[in-house]
Design a protein around this ligand. Structure first.
Ligand code: AMP
Length: 281
């Protein structure tokens, strides 16, 4: 696996593949890799000739009181995991490489779907994500980008960016990788104490119970309230428990496929999760 830290180096490393018209799959990450990330790499390997993974802790998607400075940076261990997955190229630029010496004057701002759910409490977050992913897409020029359904809203935001800006790239969403007890894998799970780690799977368990309730006819608002009460009881500080269509349109009842979304703090970390609930008429 080649490791490049500059755009020039990346272009040189990809030149032969581009010339040979090989398909390039791209997996953007912030590192501290776990099985969720590695599943994206596997899917990229399955569908593309050449796989590029980026590791870049993007400052513009963190709010002023968020964990940018303390975000886990484990490049050495990450690169070993990527070698095991037969990743072709790791792109690990620094902030100056991506934003230039004087910072960036241009931002990609997505309306509506970036303003709901996580966008309400993390107001600049999706602008930062949309901007950096647009830049990375222009740098790597992949045929396909692979993103996790764990960050469902992020996936929809990037789908909107590629559609609205006519970026010539396919977007593939990969299912959520979970621990055995159901907790969605996340780099931020490392912030949980042992006691909190025991409680954390309640999120997924309450989502699965909600899915079953909906499918057996319980009203959507009742189901959302039940999740809220259950998580509050377990000690979570809830940001939101909400339902939207898979494309993030508002829904008031369960009369089509919907996604249930939860964001809640447990001690230090803020955890997010979601579940798709299929509608059978
Ligand atoms: P991050 O490093 O947190 O920015 O995540 C990089 C990519 O990995 C994003 O597309 C995430 O949605 C995806 N990802 C993170 N955790 C998981 C997971 N548990 N399952 C599937 N994809 C994930």
């Amino acid at each position: 696996m080649k490791i490049e830290t500059t755009i020039q180096g990346l272009n040189a490393a990809l030149a032969a593949a581009r010339l040979a018209r090989k398909t390039v799959g791209f997996v953007p990450t912030m590192g501290n890799l776990h099985q969720g990330h590695l599943n994206l790499v596997r899917e990229a390997k399955r569908l593309c000739d050449v796989v590029v993974v980026s590791i870049f802790v993007n400052p513009t998607q963190f709010g002023p009181n968020e964990d940018y400075d303390n975000y886990p940076r484990t490049l050495e261990a990450d690169s070993h995991l990527l070698v095991d997955e037969e990743c072709d190229l790791l792109f690990a630029p620094n902030v100056q490489q991506i934003y230039g010496e004087h910072g960036s004057k241009t931002r990609v701002v997505v309306s509506e779907i970036a303003e709901i759910l996580c966008g309400r409490s993390r107001t600049q977050h999706f602008d930062g994500v949309a901007t950096v992913v647009t830049k990375l897409l222009n740098i790597v020029q992949p045929n396909t980008i692979f993103l996790g359904q764990k960050d469902w809203q992020q996936l929809e935001v990037i789908r909107a960016v590629t559609r609205d800006l006519n970026l010539p790239v396919d977007v593939v969403g990969v299912p959520i990788a979970r621990a055995e007890d159901g907790l969605a894998l996340s780099s931020r799970n490392g912030y949980l104490s042992a006691e909190e780690r025991e409680i954390a799977p309640e999120i997924y368990q309450s989502l699965v119970a909600a899915q079953q309730s909906l499918q057996s006819g319980v009203a959507l608002q009742t189901v959302l309230q039940t999740i809220y009460a259950r998580l509050q009881q377990a000690g979570f500080v809830i940001d939101y428990v909400e339902a939207y269509s898979p494309q993030l349109q508002a829904v008031t009842e369960f009369d089509q496929d919907i996604v249930l979304f939860v964001a809640a703090k447990l001690g230090k970390p803020r955890l997010i999760d979601n579940i798709l609930v299929k509608y059978q008429a």
